[in-house]
Design a protein around this ligand. Sequence first.
Ligand code: NAD
Length: 548
Amino acid sequence: MREIRAARGGVLRCKGWRQEGLLRMLENVLENGENPEQLVVYAALGKAARNWESYHAIVDCLKKLEENETLVVQSGKPIGILQTHASAPLVIMANCNLVGKWATSENFYALQEKGLIMWGGLTAGAWQYIGSQGVIQGTYEIFSAIARKHFHGDLSGRFILTAGLGGMGGAQPLAGVMANAAILCVEVDESRIDKRIQVGYLQKKTSSLDEALAWIEEAKAKKQSVSVGLVGNAATIYPKILQRGIIPDIVTDQTSAHDLLYGYIPEGYSMKDVGEARVQCPEKLIADARASIAKEVQAMLAFKRRGAVVFDNGNNIRTQAYQHGVSDAFEIDIFTEAFLRPLFCRAIGPFRWVALSGNPEDIHKIDQFILREFADNEIATNWIRLANQYIPFEGLPARIGWFGHGDRTRLALAVNRMVRDGTLSGPIAFSRDHLDAGAMTHPNIMTERMRDGSDAIADWPLLNAMLNCSSMADLVAIHSGGGGYTGYMTSAGVTVVADGTAAADERLRLSITNDTSLGVMRYADAGYSEALDEVEKKALAYIPLKTD
Ligand code: NAD
């Protein structure tokens, strides 16, 4: 078993903290990954590097990289080091981009088999994954938005049914508990349940539906929160719960339904069966996975008709079911449009920072700073308090915080000053999820039903990446979907290392400000009043045309 652990402390292996920071970020995604031996970080196939040879070559390149050079990475493999200049990104990468007509999952699998391509997920291939914490505030904000919209602001006494406890889905039980709900998570692979219990994200485990439902009922009656992991297949369990006439208050799913070959496990298959079927009869496995998804989605639709709040949490489950003949699958809402778009209009989204020293105190000091200096930012301060109470660190200590335009830059510059004056014990890396205002086109997730119909236009993430390169970011990535996401999405990622220098001030100021500016402009351009208001309030140089 190859075990990668991010370096800690103040000793540099590279020629500067910028390079060392990116190297630690790469190591950290594997330290937190679901299947590091295969370089898989999350979402069934989201990888950090194409293969181990590429991984070691990238590490060597980062160690010798000069400040005025740029490492070029193509689908997880280092291609070359080119002379640029000290303000240029140190690393640029393009992962999994296929031209339109070729962008099918069949082509992706064939190219992957030949070793020519790698899917980087969102944050895996761009070396930004920070464990389940990366997605947890998003999940919590969705639950909170549902609470506000449907349950008078409170989920106590409410039952959330979901599935999937993998790299991202593993955040669901803790987010549910943080929102005071009773949450049941169906997971087919018992070892994933054990992992979430071990890292403190899940409370209870059972293989009995009766026992699971009894725990949920008890918690509901006492208005107490509880998280239960049930070993089982969602395609079997959801219809069973429905047959018993039990209607949860909220229903979703975060299995890897986007990938029928490596992700979703069909009914009747053990983990071992799936491994064999992948090699011996992949077509049958794909067909069975799609049939099971269709069954699960039909149950979700029935829950919705009987009053549950049902939503797709960004795993293409509706798309897969639709392709299997569930013609009303899209009656299920997508979480972005239903709950988060007003935040994205103001470029409020999943911003994150990582203590490269490995010292948790650095994160706690930043927490205290946020509580003091951003006291009027309710989303951020509420989260920081909850995170302190509930979130265990995984890998390098890190924090996620949904900050918007202006606030992200203010925070990053303040942190850079804290690095400079020695308040913090080492540099901090700033990045964000690719699922961010100006950084993702995904017509079935991020950009579904955009007001102006611009759902499938992928110019925005490409512009975002070019803008971040022009704005001196340290790492810039352009990703497209792999597996079942092939042809469905393009996104951009960015990382900047706050090493306390004046040059870092400039890099953070330009790249973070321009990143969020473009996000607000993307929604302003689509005609969202919240974004147009933000343009005016923050005096952004958006150019509205008379014809718009
Ligand atoms: P993962 O592959 O690490 O985990 C998926 C889990 O689902 C695994 O533990 C697997 O055993 C389980 N599973 C598969 N089939 C099942 C079935 N039929 N019944 C019960 N459990 C089953 O994936 P992940 O990183 O947790 O991501 C899950 C999905 O969420 C992916 O599609 C990913 O792209 C998506 N995602 C959404 C967001 C968001 O912002 N909403 C963010 C990240 C990822």
